[in-house]
Design a protein around this ligand. Structure first.
Ligand code: GLU
Length: 597
């Protein structure tokens, strides 16, 4: 029996710690041992939750739970929930702290998508807090004078890539709609940590050191991350008085304090004044920014409904397509150790990504076959293509019910560890799944008022047309760039059973789909499901997670006809299973925990 069979087999025999610990040790060597010291100041329950994650078992609770990428942020959310606050209240507190302690991944300067299950009505809805392109932008934003696409990082670093942030308005909209706690109090914890200082985590320090020069392009950013010229170090105490002041304004005046007035002026000055690569964001863009409530996109999978974020995210449609195609195949019987299971998952993903690349963008700007893409008859016809024995020799977009096809160039962006996912269930039974981002690690690298500004606009296609045919995801003024973020709530008989999501660029889709299969078909608990070694296929190579038993499938998958790439795969899955009580899982590849009572 090879290592994969052994580990997965053990996992199936409920020896979960072996599998989870395997992933933790091999993927994030800094996390398992240094976490305990780095988070020495955290509460006893949070420390226990950290130990649970490190030994590969889920945390358990009865009333409420919060899972996110940093213990300090989780503790802030837990305090709100313990005092009777809703999941929306807790999210505000978690996001405010994440923007401080995990500034490279998400924050006030970015955007987010939120999926909400309402206990009272039993309904699921979504809030779109995605960044928008400035009104002054045009389809050639990321092209040189000859119309050629800019190099990725030439576009990213500076003001040009900065879209109108959506996260502050999203926090406010969610609180107005579903919150019950006093708004201003939700920032107390983050303000105190920013003023008194927080302990720099190994992950943040490591990423700052790796970034080196790029992060020193702009003076305000250099001064914060390289005080006295040297990179901040793990375990050191860092204060951020500018961030505290920004939070104080938002706490007392609401999100208007961010979108109008002094803070807005400073954001615009930082973007338009970014030396070497100024951007186009204006005070008008900030003033007119709106969060959009949109219907959830749901797909059926084994008597469950898998619901998430529709356009401008490709997340729910692509996750839904993958699972919808797999619904006709008995993955439970095949088991997680079977190359045949991974052939089915891999090719379902390739087919779904072909549709994604053809059809998906901001549906407020581009007509899209949203319903047709997850229609059961369409998915059944696509699933028939998986009936063979080998990898599909060719994969192309299908023809969902709608014929307004548009070409979409391969605008794959380079991925660095960024973005963050928050899962919360409150004592009232509401569930919240929110993926939040500033896009690339450290976003545009431009900082204003104590937070980093996003580079979300580079999620648009750099090319605007292909052989004269317009590309759906091209830049247009006011448009939202296509995302892969897949905040998800899985229901059964109308009640939530799994709240899940992850960072990871377009690999998010694979991470989330695989964890749902692992949980539902292979019976893994949430911690096993998020820690399990990754197998991700988008539209190119079959990516297997380096240093884990997944890599042992390199030969069988190559023999099936895939081009295989063994590589690091940076997920950050945070999940809560709802059933007989609550069980939480936190990705061992990051620093987070799941905490509940
Ligand atoms: N900006 C990406 C998106 O919206 C997410 C980036 C990441 O997960 O690292 O799809």
């Amino acid at each position: 029996m090879n290592r994969l069979l052994l580990s997965l087999g053990l996992a199936m025999l409920a020896a979960a710690p072996a599998l989870a610990q395997d992933a933790a040790d091999s993927v994030a060597p800094e996390a398992a041992t240094e976490d305990a010291e780095a988070f020495a100041s955290i509460s006893e329950p949070a420390r226990k939750a950290l130990e649970a994650r490190q030994s590969g078992v889920p945390t358990e609770a009865q009333d409420w739970m919060v899972a996110a990428a940093n213990p300090l942020a989780v503790e802030a959310g837990a305090r709100v929930l313990r005092e009777g606050g809703t999941a929306a209240d807790a999210m505000v507190a978690v996001q405010a702290v994440l923007g401080l302690v995990e500034p490279q991944s998400s924050g006030l300067g970015g955007g987010a998508f939120l999926v909400w299950y309402d206990a009272e009505s039993g309904e699921i809805t979504t809030l779109d807090g995605r960044e928008t392109a400035p009104l002054d932008a045009n389809p050639r934003l990321f092209q040189d004078e000859a119309g050629e696409p800019l190099k990725f990082f030439d576009a990213v670093v500076g003001g040009l890539s900065v879209g109108t942030p959506g996260t502050p308005r999203l926090m406010e909209a969610a609180h107005e709609r579903w919150g019950s706690a006093d708004w201003s109090g939700l920032f107390d914890e983050a303000i105190a940590l920013a003023e008194d200082g927080f302990t720099v985590s190994p992950r943040l320090a490591g990423l700052v050191a790796e970034e080196g020069e790029r992060l020193q392009t702009f003076p305000a950013t250099a001064a914060y991350f390289f005080p006295d010229g040297a990179a901040i170090e793990a375990g050191s105490r860092l204060t951020n008085p500018d961030y505290a002041a920004t939070l104080r304004s938002i706490a007392s005046e609401g999100a208007d304090a961010f979108y109008t007035g002094e803070i807005a002026l400073d954001i615009v000055a930082a973007v338009q004044g970014a030396e070497g690569n100024p951007g186009k964001l204006s005070t008008l863009d900030l003033m007119r920014y709106r969060v959009v409530e949109r219907p959830a996109v749901c797909a059926a999978f084994r008597a469950h409904e898998v619901c998430g974020m529709g356009p401008p995210s490709s997340g729910a449609l692509t996750v839904g397509q993958i699972l919808g195609m797999l619904d006709s195949y008995d993955l439970a019987a095949l088991g997680p150790e079977s190359p045949e299971a991974w052939r089915l998952i891999g090719d379902a993903s390739r087919l779904a990504f072909a549709d994604r690349d053809r059809y998906m963008a901001d549906s407020d700007f581009v007509p899209m076959p949203v319903k047709g893409l997850v229609a059961p008859d369409y998915l059944a016809s696509r699933a028939e293509l998986l009936a063979g024995d080998d990898a599909l020799p060719e994969v192309a977009a299908g023809n969902p019910a709608w014929d307004h096809a548009m070409l979409l160039a391969d605008d794959e962006s380079i991925e660095l560890p960024s973005t963050s996912h928050i899962s919360i269930v409150d004592a009232q039974g509401n569930a919240l799944s929110m993926t939040t981002t500033i896009e690339n690690g450290f976003g545009s690298r431009v900082m204003a008022r104590g937070f980093l500004l996003n580079n979300e606009l580079t999620d648009f296609s750099f090319r605007s047309q292909s052989d004269g045919v317009p590309i759906a995801n091209r830049v247009e003024p006011g448009k939202r760039p296509r995302s892969s973020m897949s905040p998800t709530i899985v229901t059964r008989d109308g009640a939530p059973v799994l709240v899940i999501g992850s960072p990871g660029g377009s690999r998010i889709i694979g991470y989330v789909a695989q964890a749902i299969v692992a949980h539902i078909d292979w019976g893994m608990d949430v911690q096993q499901a998020v820690a399990m070694p990754h197998f991700v296929n988008r539209f190119g190579t079959y990516d297997l997670e380096e240093g884990t038993p997944a890599a042992d499938l390199e030969t069988p998958l190559t023999e099936l006809g895939y081009e295989v790439s063994v590589r690091e795969l940076n997920s950050g899955l945070h999940a809560i299973a709802v059933g007989d009580g609550l069980k939480g899982g936190a990705d061992p590849r990051r620093e987070g925990i799941a905490l509940g009572e």
